[in-house]
Design a protein around this ligand. Sequence first.
Ligand code: SF4
Ligand code: SF4
Ligand code: FES
Length: 238
Amino acid sequence: MLLQFKILRFDPEADKESYYRTYSVEARPEERILDCLNRIKWEQDGTLAYRMSCAHGVCGSDGMRINGVCALACQKLVKDYAGAEEITLEPLPFFQVRKDLIVDMDDFLARVRSMQPFLIRNDAPPEKETLQSPEDHRKVEDAIRCILCACCTSACPVMAQNPDYVGPAALVWAYRYLYDSRDDRFSERLEKLNEPNSVWPCANHFECTRVCPKSIPVTKSINFMKREIKKRLPPAGE
Ligand code: SF4
Ligand code: SF4
Ligand code: FES
């Protein structure tokens, strides 16, 4: 079938404003949106810029807005948009555009890093890996699936009103280490989560959960941490 792809283009070195350019692509229903993008770049317009690597939902690099919804181009198929007259591709909202569909991830990754996304132990590092029981692993196994695609953070309506909100992806990483049985910083991590722009701005819109390509229960995790804070601390930013 012949499909129309309307792509938001912007080259900061050449353009004053972003603009849409439309490309016609012959594609089969079971092909991925990423396959179509590659065909556009390889056969029609080598100047088109986007990120991709694994093409299998693992690296998290091809997050973008597809017909208004944040998603991975390698996980969405042409048949997912059956009936649409055209498929619109735009960079992730709230992120600064570097070129076309490539956004600046530095601030997003800094927010994740602010949650200290690594194990902190009181004792010396063990000679072998620290083992974890299956029960303990189950507490964090959803959050471990995060591939840092940023779809959740760019879909969150609160980010538009409060750019200081740390955002759902950082909170997924906070959850992952807060409840990791091998970590020794539970109290400090909880104090950090009680800061005004940490868990509290979340208004339960569930957009993050809806768009997460790894089916992580993002909103549920945030609410779980809110309840944990309420049990143990005077809530600072509610
Ligand atoms: S549930 Fe919270 S983090 Fe997720 S989209 Fe809504 S406000 Fe944002
Ligand atoms: S929580 Fe989901 S949507 Fe958010 S960055 Fe991780 S994988 Fe992407
Ligand atoms: S290209 Fe790696 S997740 Fe899509």
